[in-house]
Write a protein that binds this ligand. Structure first.
Ligand SMILES: Nc1nc2c(c(=O)[nH]1)N[C@H]1C(S)=C(S)[C@@H](COP(=O)(O)OP(=O)(O)OC[C@H]3O[C@@H](n4cnc5c(=O)[nH]c(N)nc54)[C@H](O)[C@@H]3O)O[C@H]1N2
Ligand SMILES: Nc1nc2c(c(=O)[nH]1)N[C@H]1C(S)=C(S)[C@@H](COP(=O)(O)OP(=O)(O)OC[C@H]3O[C@@H](n4cnc5c(=O)[nH]c(N)nc54)[C@H](O)[C@@H]3O)O[C@H]1N2
Ligand code: SF4
Ligand SMILES: [Mo]
Length: 744
């Protein structure tokens, strides 16, 4: 695949007029005074669709729950918000991040102009025209010297679907890149791979109403009480006095509310889950009718799990034999059993097989396609699902396959492009792109709305690689993120609340975003930035129909036709607004219009024979287990409901900062602390073979002996983590490496 790269000078002479709408950037010079007080000059005011004193509802921009928030405007300014009561997701509830969602917009480190620098040094403000000329000139020159594939992009599950699709289509079909990935790799890649292999398509089957219908819940490696508090509220509303089984090495907030907590050894889930399957099969506690009709490979699976004897499972997972039987019995006796998993599973070096061990339990017991059941992966970021289906990274737009000629032709036809502009295979995964920098294959990187200098695994190596690039572009709402501070070119982006688009939440619901505030200074929506890039690159014509977010959703709907995620029945934004969001699938013909819908009610899956597959494998030991020199297993994850990831946004709110510990802490078991001579809140040094950090000791039995836990929100944590990945999903295994601890 090749896209001819014309020198920038040649293109400039034939530039068509700038794409509209370009907000205010090109309609007159902005003075310093205007940049400092945009509201005074009408620049922060809400334009277009909303009345100056309106209250309007829109979907939250943090987690994948997708709560709807009412935003209250006064004199054209968004001044406050409250949870929507009539939305099927949150029904009047919101968590602290949602309540504080406007605060991160008004921060003095927001980017107000593009900045040109040299690896983050000597940054100086430039105008958009210079920024775009530099962007195109530098990237084209790298591509000319080292080939089109020497430049790659990284996107995010935190941009609207329309922007994600624009980035992916522009980079791959317009600029000739092959490699692009996103932070969704750090998060959902395992669930995607597991579902594709087991069900034939990446399709989380549930609807949130299942939280209220189950009589038995099994949460594996998930801490919804902290990470998905409004989903957890719905569990608490369940009227059936459900049994709640939590499988987590730590006694988390969620585990504290459970009826059964299985504090397993880290990374022993497969052993436990196969052991449970064996007990269910040996006692004939399986659903033969469902298996015969809808599931392949049962006999092989039944044979495979025989090796997971109760003794072995106890030895490997630490769960005693009677407990194993009790838990299997609970699953058997439940009428509506739902299985849920999140990062304790996805972020594992055998994550895909672990997720499938959960899926297998649901399949053999027939707990799928009925209310209150399912093998349910909870997504993480507000638009992780949009990223999975429409970012044009691992799959071709709309959950299609790059390697499939018919799929390429179909997408090319809808977009009116030559199919030869579409790569014939998915590009490299995030980790392989990073390694590509190391061996000189990747020399330019365009990072949009993610902060890898904090969040990528084995951080020192990650930062070294980012610094090695010939050209690093970072497009972010803030100038001060760890990654923005390494950029050669920084592009200031508008944020949630400052643009339109849609997110797809965990239950496959498309929800609407609105523009309730104007971005500061000359910051532009990511959408407008992509329009500008297309224009300056010389492919504006190719994206002539991509005039605004809503028009892109219509294009994506056409692409989705006939896919499991068919959304051809969604005609416009107004429809999403009026219906309280719409779950996929929603085809133009024969759509089920129920506001809450689950998949697989007919027992048919997406493989050609319409059956699901039971997939299984031998469990493996941790590549870096605790040892004499490094006697603890380090787990990482979410610290509190008030902190979001690398804290660029939530770190801006004074209200939220009262709800968590500002300085890094590490959870240590009292017995271990005593042995180390460490007291509560004493500063300790945590060291792995790769790096170290200091943290204050939080002495608590919740973490278990010989294990420690550090929240991911503290930047230094990925100094410690070990670069290892699931072989099928390439998702980083963030929750297992060996460390030692000593008083600092
Ligand atoms: N407040 C807040 N909410 C968030 C986020 C945030 O940053 N802040 N981020 C969002 C995103 S993107 C995501 S992906 C989700 C993540 O949501 P979760 O996955 O629920 O959160 P984590 O804390 O990363 O991991 C969950 C649990 O896995 C456990 N665990 C570790 N190792 C193992 C193991 O080997 N086996 C098992 N069974 N469990 C293990 C940890 O102890 C932890 O309690 O949260 C979303 N919601
Ligand atoms: N040790 C450890 N590391 C982890 C994890 C873990 O459990 N343990 N979890 C992993 C997981 S699941 C995830 S999802 C990742 C998250 O890792 P990141 O994606 O790196 O984290 P964020 O802080 O959400 O970064 C989002 C960035 O986008 C910017 N931004 C926000 N909105 C916009 C916008 O509209 N436009 C633009 N252009 N920029 C915007 C923000 O300022 C911020 O810099 O971390 C991963 N890293
Ligand atoms: S639970 Fe998630 S979507 Fe709901 S308000 Fe909190 S962060 Fe926003
Ligand atoms: Mo995530």
């Amino acid at each position: 695949m090749s896209t001819e790269v014309a020198p920038i000078e040649k293109q400039k002479s034939s530039l068509p007029p700038l794409p509209m709408p370009m907000e205010r950037v090109f309609d007159g010079p902005l003075t310093q005074e205007m940049l400092l007080a945009p509201g005074k000059f009408g620049l922060g005011m809400v334009p277009d669709r909303l009345a100056p004193d309106a209250t309007t509802s829109m979907v939250c921009g943090f987690c994948s729950t997708g709560c709807s928030l009412n935003v209250h405007l006064k004199n054209g300014q968004a001044i406050n918000l409250s949870p929507a009561v009539d939305y099927p997701v949150n029904m009047g509830m919101a968590c602290p991040k949602g309540w504080e969602a406007l605060t991160p917009l008004y921060s003095d480190d927001r980017g107000t102009t593009p900045l040109l620098g040299n690896k983050g040094k000597k940054r100086k403000p430039i105008d958009w025209a210079t920024a775009m000329e530099t962007f195109c000139r530098r990237i084209k020159s790298i591509q000319q010297e080292h080939g089109n594939d020497s430049v790659a992009f990284l996107g995010t599950g935190q941009m609207p679907t329309e922007e994600l699709a624009f980035l992916g289509a522009l980079a791959k079909f317009g600029m000739g890149m092959k490699h692009g990935d996103g932070n969704t790799r750090q998060c959902m890649a395992t669930a995607v791979t597991a579902y594709k292999q087991s069900f034939g398509f990446d399709a989380p089957p549930y609807t949130y109403n299942d939280f209220e219908q189950s009589d038995v819940f099994v949460f594996v490696g998930a801490n919804p009480c902290t990470a998905h508090p409004i989903m957890w509220q719905r569990v608490l509303k369940n009227p059936h006095s459900p049994k709640i089984i939590v499988v987590d090495p730590r006694h988390t907030e969620t585990a504290a509310c459970a009826t059964d907590h299985l504090a397993i050894e880290p990374k022993s889930d497969m052993s436990l889950l196969y052991g449970l399957a064996r007990i269910l099969i040996d006692n004939d506690w399986v659903d033969h009718e469902f298996i015969n009709q809808s599931v392949n490979d049962f006999d092989a699976f039944a044979c495979f799990v025989q090796a997971f004897t109760a003794e072995r499972v106890e030895r490997e997972s630490g769960i005693v034999q009677e407990r194993q039987l009790e838990i299997a019995r609970l699953i058997h006796e439940g009428q509506r059993v739902s299985f849920w998993w999140t990062m304790g599973v996805n972020q594992s070096y055998q994550g895909t097989r672990t997720a499938q061990a959960i899926i297998n339990l649901a399949l053999i017991t027939g707990n799928i396609g009925r209310p209150g059941t399912g093998a349910n992966s909870i997504t993480g970021q507000c638009n992780a699902m949009g990223s999975r289906l429409f970012s044009n990274t691992t799959s071709l737009l709309g959950g299609h396959d790059f390697a499939n000629e018919q799929h390429r032709q179909k997408v090319a036809d809808v977009l009116g492009i030559d199919p030869s502009a579409i790569p014939t295979e998915a590009g490299d995964s995030y980790d392989r792109m990073m390694e590509g920098i190391s061996d000189g294959r990747i020399r330019g990187l365009w990072i949009v709305a993610t902060n890898p200098a904090h969040s990528w695994i084995h951080q020192e190596r990650g930062r070294e690689l980012l610094k090695k690039l010939d050209f690093l572009v970072v497009q972010d709402m803030y100038t001060t993120t760890e990654t923005a501070e390494l950029a050669d070119l920084y592009l200031p982006a508008a944020a949630w609340g400052e643009k339109e688009g849609t997110f797809i939440n965990s239950e496959r619901r498309l929800g609407l975003l609105k523009k309730v505030s104007r971005a500061p200074g000359q910051a532009l929506s990511d959408f407008s930035i992509f329009q500008l890039v297309a224009h300056y690159w010389g492919v504006g014509d190719q994206f002539a129909d991509w005039t605004d977010a809503e028009s892109v959703l219509k294009i994506l709907a056409r692409i989705s036709e006939g896919q499991p995620c068919d959304i051809t029945g969604i005609t416009d934004y107004q429809m999403l607004d009026e219906r309280g969001g719409i779950q996929w699938p929603y085809p133009a013909q024969g759509a089920n219009a129920e506001p809450e819908r689950r998949l697989f009610e007919d027992g048919r899956f997406y493989h050609p024979d319409q059956k699901a597959k039971l997939i299984f494998d031998e469990p493996q030991g941790m590549p870096e287990p605790a040892s004499e020199a490094y006697p603890f297993v380090l787990m990482t994850g979410r610290g509190s409901a008030a902190q979001w990831h690398t804290q660029t946004r939530t770190g801006k709110s004074k209200v939220l900062s009262r709800l968590y510990e500002i300085n890094p802490f590490v959870e240590i078991h009292p017995d271990d602390a005593q042995r180390l001579g460490v007291t509560h809140q004493q500063q300790v040094l945590i060291e792995s073979p790769r790096g170290k950090m200091t943290a204050s000791a939080r002495i608590t039995p919740t973490v278990g002996r010989n294990r420690v836990f550090v929240p991911m929100h503290y930047e230094a944590v990925n100094q410690l983590t070990l670069s290892h990945f699931d072989p099928y999903s390439r998702q980083p295994s963030y929750k297992d490496c060996a460390v030692k601890i000593a008083p600092a």
